[in-house]
Design a protein around this ligand. Structure first.
Ligand SMILES: Nc1ncnc2c1ncn2[C@@H]1O[C@H](COP(=O)(O)OP(=O)(O)OP(=O)(O)O)[C@@H](O)[C@H]1O
Length: 608
């Protein structure tokens, strides 16, 4: 009955919450409307839907024809007596039905599963396309880990709905109705008896089945607790032993294991009980029917073949009704999953190009201006990240930004790249307000070198040309040369094709920074946003990085969040920020002598 739920442990676990949330609301029926999104994607494949429906109907009818075949085999084959060629004819007939059923079932399985997988693939693609348009603020409200789980477990639930539930429903409706009609043609009185018996059998099974399902979930949750505890304790083994907490950890673990066992005991008790009930009900019903049927046969009202066909069909019909009772729950679960994905699909980015973007001047000058900018992060409205901030950076100028943690330095970069819009004031690039320009064009004018280089699990080449995907190998090598990265890149086992590992794990800190610099070189942007790394490098690596940065900053407008003495010394101007405002401004010598915030910060940060 429950064809795929056993194959989808993860989907089941995550959908528990979803289901309880769904069932908490009375509007389940309305919620089924959420499946519209799934239908919109599935209906793009009418040919496959047609084939699936055709195969499904043929398979269901062929399944029903098998009892009819048995009836003929018994009544005309065996009972007609003697002639073996006569028997063969009816068995051949039965084999043909079996073949049709097998082929049609295979086709049904193929097309229905194909539809399920294709629909889910399309939904994943559409969701991902929409996610890539969203600004960072979106991901502060919707945690990436949660989105990832929606992309996997919710889509798995939908895959089950399209690939299984709908097909189970249609197949069993066809079989149920066809079967009941056939039962009445075989033996109307027995058929009425069976129709009364089916709910009596199915109802307790459904009720106990529900209890069993929630017991299984509880069991799974306990198992997850055990897993979480093991990984927590083993991951912190040094702390556990250093504080002498082995005994207590052992007790805590045994408590969790025992809780798992007693939950499992409840489940298996229920299961044992259910097995007894199910067997007793089913076999008593069959026995009673056979009893009544046997009397009918003896008294000449029915043939032996009819009884055989009746019992077989009765089994199919009962199975069909049983399967249908699960369909609704699966649909509600699917609707919940679909609703959550539909939210991701419908999200509109809050940073979008204006209807008629103003083109940035060509050739670029590289001027950047913050005018009266005030800004608070949407998730932290109580803190002013920038307040009435004014800064004009001229083409080619290098401005070093220093300030205590939380002063708003990184926020400058976030706003310059238009990941957020300021509440008041304006930011202009070459005189054009960012809100009037196309964000893609704005970002193309900037190269950003973050404090922690983000490398992708991909080749060295792909990681480098992230700065400019069209760059050829010559350009990549030239950029690597300029970023002091060429030497170590040449020594990689497969050169630019070398896989850099998950997050670039195979490179040292200094090498990663130089890759980030090479990327910025390839970008050929007039404005450089540089967040200097704070992590200490050895002297040789430090010098290579510094030389590469000096080259990069030449001829570019640069705003650098400075952590190195060399950087502040060579900057044209230093601005000192505190609480979202500029509190001091000048060059290193003047600011050091002034004895303000800068001189305090400098003596802490730089003189070491
Ligand atoms: N994504 C965010 N969501 C909410 N608040 C944020 C976010 N990023 C920064 N803030 C807050 O905005 C203020 C300015 O932060 P910002 O990161 O610009 O400071 P910073 O000077 O770069 O600090 P650091 O040197 O520690 O990186 C801080 O109060 C910070 O807590």
């Amino acid at each position: 009955m429950n064809e795929t739920s056993a194959d989808l442990p993860n989907a089941n676990v995550t959908s528990v919450a979803a289901e309880t949330a769904d069932t908490a609301k009375p509007a389940n029926a309305k919620k089924l409307g959420n499946l519209r999104m799934v239908w919109q994607h599935a209906s793009a494949y009418p040919k496959q839907i047609m084939f699936a429906l055709l195969a499904l109907t043929v398979a269901a009818l062929a399944t029903l024809a098998i009892p009819a075949g048995f009836r003929l085999v018994i009544d005309r084959g065996f009972a007609a007596g003697g002639d073996s060629s006569n028997i063969a004819r009816w068995f051949e007939y039965l084999l043909i039905i079996v073949a049709v059923m097998a082929v049609a079932t295979a086709f049904r399985f193929y097309f229905v599963s194909w539809l399920g997988e294709r629909t889910v693939a399309d939904i994943r693609l559409a969701v991902n396309r929409n996610l890539l348009r969203q600004s960072p603020a979106f991901f502060e409200h919707n945690r990436p880990a949660e989105i990832a789980s929606r992309m996997t477990s919710d889509t798995a639930v939908i895959e089950q709905v399209v690939g299984t539930t709908v097909s189970v429903a249609l197949r069993n409706i066809v079989m149920g109705i066809g079967g009941v009609v056939y039962l009445f043609t075989l033996a109307p009185q027995l058929a009425i008896g069976l129709l009364i018996a089916i709910p009596v059998i199915v109802l307790p099974i459904v009720l106990i089945g529900r209890k069993l399902q929630s017991a299984s979930r509880a069991s799974q949750d306990r198992i997850a607790d055990v897993g979480a505890m093991v990984s927590e304790t083993l991951g912190a083994m040094r702390i556990v032993q250093a504080f002498g907490q082995e005994l207590r950890e052992g007790e805590r673990f045994s408590g969790s294991v025992e809780a798992t066992f007693s939950t499992a005991k409840k489940r298996i008790r229920l299961r044992a009980f259910m097995t007894a009930i199910v067997m007793a009900l089913i076999f008593s019903a069959i026995t009673l029917l056979m009893w009544k049927g046997a009397i009918d046969v003896v008294e000449g009202r029915l043939t032996g073949g009819t009884i055989a066909a009746f019992v077989l069909t009765g089994g199919l019909v009962a199975g069909a009704f049983g399967a249908l009772t699960e369909v609704y729950g699966d649909l509600v679960r699917g609707a919940g999953a679909s609703g959550r994905l539909a939210e991701l699909l419908a999200a509109e980015p809050n940073i979008a190009p204006p209807a008629k973007p103003i083109a940035l001047p060509v050739p670029p000058r590289g001027q950047l201006e913050f005018q009266n900018v005030s800004f608070r992060y949407p998730t932290r409205p109580e803190v002013s990240a920038l307040s009435n901030f004014n800064l004009k950076v001229s083409p080619g100028e290098t401005v070093a930004v220093v300030g205590p943690s939380g002063a708003g330095k990184s926020t400058l970069f976030q706003l310059a790249q238009r990941f957020y819009d300021p509440e008041t004031g304006a930011i202009r690039i070459d005189g054009v307000a960012l809100t009037s320009a196309d964000p893609a064009e704005v970002r193309a004018r900037m190269a950003y070198v973050p404090q922690e280089t983000v490398l992708f699990a991909s080749s060295a080449r792909d990681n480098l040309r992230y700065g400019n995907w069209l760059a050829d190998d010559d350009a990549i090598w030239a950029a690597a040369e300029q970023a002091n990265a060429a030497n170590f890149l040449r020594e990689l086992p497969q050169g630019l094709d070398t896989y850099l590992g998950e997050g670039g794990a195979r490179l040292s800190g200094g090498q990663r920074q130089r890759i980030a610099i090479a990327r910025a070189v390839l970008r050929q942007a007039p404005i450089l946003l540089l967040d200097e790394a704070t992590s200490a490098l050895d002297a040789e690596s430090e010098r290579l990085v510094q030389d590469a940065l000096d080259m990069l900053m030449k001829d570019r407008t640069t705003i650098v969040i400075a952590h190195r003495l060399a950087t502040v010394r060579s900057a044209d101007r230093i601005i000192v920020m505190d609480q979202g405002q500029i509190v001091e401004e000048g060059d290193h010598a003047t600011l050091s002598a002034a004895g303000g915030l800068y001189s305090r910060l400098a003596s802490l940060q730089f003189d070491a």
